[in-house]
Design a protein around this ligand. Structure first.
Ligand code: OOG
Ligand code: MG
Length: 258
């Protein structure tokens, strides 16, 4: 346990100071189970500092993402209120290591979901669906990690922005998704790229979170995972994601004075 606590505090400090650390596992020195334990301890430190849990994020739910980072397992992480940026808000990237943005879809949960559920059951617990941008920031040097590393690092969670909520009845099976940086389209994808249907990310979340005796509860947010690869935003000024039918969400990046 001491070892896991020490990894958790190293990662938490790396996130607080924006200073990267070398990856831990290389090969498989940190099992998946241990990595989720590290994640729990490190996010627990955030809770002790006053951050409140607001839901979960799924990661590596699309082929584009798996290929970009060279890890091909679906993973999940924890979101806190401090990570949320208001729609159209300004983000200060000071303190981030090498932030990247990716276009997502988010769910607002209205029921309780845990364990094995069908996609119909999962979707019937949804009370809102919105376009989202996740800002990920690996705490590992060169954004390089293996499965255990990235799980321990709370799946690179850094910030997220949510757009306007649409009805849970919206058909989200195959919606075009666009990421723009400084007004230029840098990536185009489809919601179908997210496990074939973003609702499957919710099914996976219920199962994987349920394995840890946790549940998606009313009021929780779930990020379904990016539909395209993520793009560096350190030198950008503005980022927008647009999802067909759902509309768009955007943020600006605070500029350093010259
Ligand atoms: C891991 C986090 C993946 C997603 O949407 O696939 C993720 C990473 O790419 O650093 O958030
Ligand atoms: Mg993501």
């Amino acid at each position: 346990m001491k070892r896991l606590e020490s990894i958790a505090s190293t990662l938490d400090e790396a996130a607080r100071q924006g200073k990267p650390v070398p990856q831990f596992t290389g090969d498989d020195l940190l099992s998946t189970e241990e990595a989720y334990a590290v994640q729990q301890i490190s996010v627990g430190r955030r809770h002790q500092r006053g951050e409140r849990p607001v839901g979960y994020k799924m990661g590596l739910t699309s082929r584009a993402k798996m290929q970009q980072v060279g890890v091909s397992d679906v993973i999940w992480g924890r979101l806190t209120d401090h990570m949320r940026v208001e729609d159209g808000g300004i983000i200060d990237l000071n303190g981030c290591v090498h932030p990247r943005a990716e276009p997502e879809i988010a769910f607002l949960i209205g029921g309780r979901l845990s364990g094995n559920v069908s996609i119909a059951e999962a979707m019937s617990a949804v009370v809102g669906i919105c376009p989202a941008i996740e800002i990920i920031d690996s705490r590992y040097e060169n954004f390089k990690f293996a499965l255990g590393d990235v799980i321990a690092d709370n799946t690179s969670a850094c910030r997220f922005v949510l757009g306007p909520w649409s009805s849970p009845a919206t058909d989200i099976a195959n919606l075009g998704m666009i990421l723009e940086i400084d007004g230029k389209t840098v990536a185009v994808g489809s919601s179908a790229g997210i496990l074939g249907h973003p609702g499957r990310a919710l099914v996976a979340a219920a199962r994987m979170i349920g394995n840890q005796n946790l549940a998606l509860e009313p009021g929780d947010i779930l990020l379904a995972g990016a539909a395209t690869e993520a793009f560096p935003i350190r030198d950008a000024r503005s980022v927008r994601a647009t999802v067909q039918k759902l509309g768009s969400t955007a943020f600006q990046i605070a500029q350093k004075p010259d």
